[in-house]
Design a protein around this ligand. Structure first.
Ligand code: GLA
Length: 384
């Protein structure tokens, strides 16, 4: 997102002066879906699409916020009871409150922001927004006293406490810690992480966006989380040392099967298998074994579709298309319930696959999927 574009709108909308400009990206995730809130592994990378915001303290106790994309202006105070109703503004408000809770003295400011992460595509536009403001407040009001993990946790707590989604830490982590040409393997239990150079020779990563958005995605997401918690509670009857599905094995789950619903059993099985797949993919990448990486991606899709049930007709169709065209790996990416598939494609096949997938999708569903090439990029930073 172009700094001059945001700056010109900031100048036009407020008193003509300039402030400081910050940006944070959305993310992709190669593998490890719905594992973060189960204490498992994820393997995301930041992308070249994000949110850019200009901010300037205004000497009052009010936030004056302008969404350039929505052409919408909202003003709110910084106390708990000042929560705005407009949904985009609640993210900024939530970040203000979570920073204040962590000791940062956020004061009134003017801000304008814009983004180019497609909304509802599973590429974490909301984490990009949260991380931009968390990073900005830390710099402007907090002497950079909070570390990067705390900034990611501020975004996550904003989702939990102000936006109604009980998400894990993956999206905000990726947005804050992103590094160009690197994926990051995060252990969501210990918060240890490692950067993995990722420039797959002879392959490309491409996202196909079904443009499907499900109204009830956040309640369905929260319900998945509850299923995992029920499974853990049942396993703990026999194995009190288990605090997350990450700590459980398939044998433990089998042992507890009678005490949980069939649905919760299937959800938990998916998670236990998916956590292992992340480790398998990391090993395969060390050997440049992209065939194995791709097989695991297909297995994830299968699990997300049949066991975790977060896919949909359109995404299953795109996945099937990828299989039929000999694409190395393909799966639904992010929380699911619509959004994108992520595809690992041999560079030689790329043009033909994308063209044919677009055409057959349009024939079936009456609209074209959008196509995004993945460029792995840097995380949250100041721009000016
Ligand atoms: C959403 C959540 C993440 C993660 C993914 C699924 O993006 O915000 O925390 O759970 O879904 O992997």
């Amino acid at each position: 997102m172009d700094i001059e574009y945001v700056r010109s709108r900031f100048i036009k909308h407020f008193d003509g002066s300039t402030g400081s400009v910050y940006t944070s990206p959305g993310r992709i995730n190669l593998i490890g879906e719905h594992t973060d809130y189960n204490g498992g592994y994820v393997f995301p990378g930041a992308i070249d699409k994000g949110v850019t915001a200009e901010l300037k303290p205004n000497g009052t106790d009010k936030v004056r916020a302008y969404s350039i994309d929505m052409k919408d202006y909202v003003e709110f105070g910084l106390q708990e009871e000042d929560a705005p109703r407009t949904s985009w503004a609640r993210y900024i408000f939530g970040v203000c409150r979570e920073m204040i809770k962590r000791g940062v003295e956020v004061k009134g400011f003017n801000t304008a922001f814009a983004g180019d992460v497609p909304l509802g595509a599973g590429m974490s536009s909301s984490a990009a927004l949260e991380s931009t403001y968390a990073y900005a407040f830390n710099d402007m009001f907090g002497n950079n006293s909070l570390d990067k993990f705390t900034l990611a946790q501020v975004g996550q707590a904003t989702e939990h406490n102000y936006c109604g989604v009980k998400c894990g830490i993956m999206d905000q982590f990726a947005s804050v810690f992103g590094k160009a040409d690197h994926l990051m393997r995060l252990d969501c239990r210990s918060l240890d992480y490692q950067y993995y150079p990722f420039r797959p020779e002879g392959y490309k990563l491409v996202l196909l966006d079904s443009a499907v958005k499900h109204e009830l995605a956040s309640s369905a997401y929260n319900k998945r989380r509850q299923s995992c918690e029920s499974a853990v509670a049942a396993i703990r009857q026999f194995h009190p040392e288990v605090s997350f599905l990450r700590d459980a094995t398939m044998d433990m789950l089998e042992e507890a099967k009678h005490a949980i619903t069939e649905e919760d059993y299937l959800r938990a099985r998916y998670v236990i298998e998916e956590i292992q797949r992340v480790l398998d993919v990391c090993d395969a990448l060390q050997r440049d074994d992209y065939e194995t990486v791709g097989e695991k991606m297909y297995a994830t899709h299968e699990g997300m579709s049949k066991l975790y049930e977060v896919s949909c007709e359109e995404l299953d169709f795109l996945n099937q298309c990828a299989r039929e065209h000999g694409v190395t790996g393909s799966r639904v990416m992010g929380g699911g319930f619509g959004g994108c598939t992520i595809n690992l494609v041999k560079a030689d096949f790329y043009d033909r696959f994308v063209q044919e997938a677009r055409n057959s999708f349009a024939k079936q569903f009456g609209h074209y999927p959008k196509v995004y090439d993945v460029v792995i990029s840097n995380g949250a930073r100041r721009l000016d």
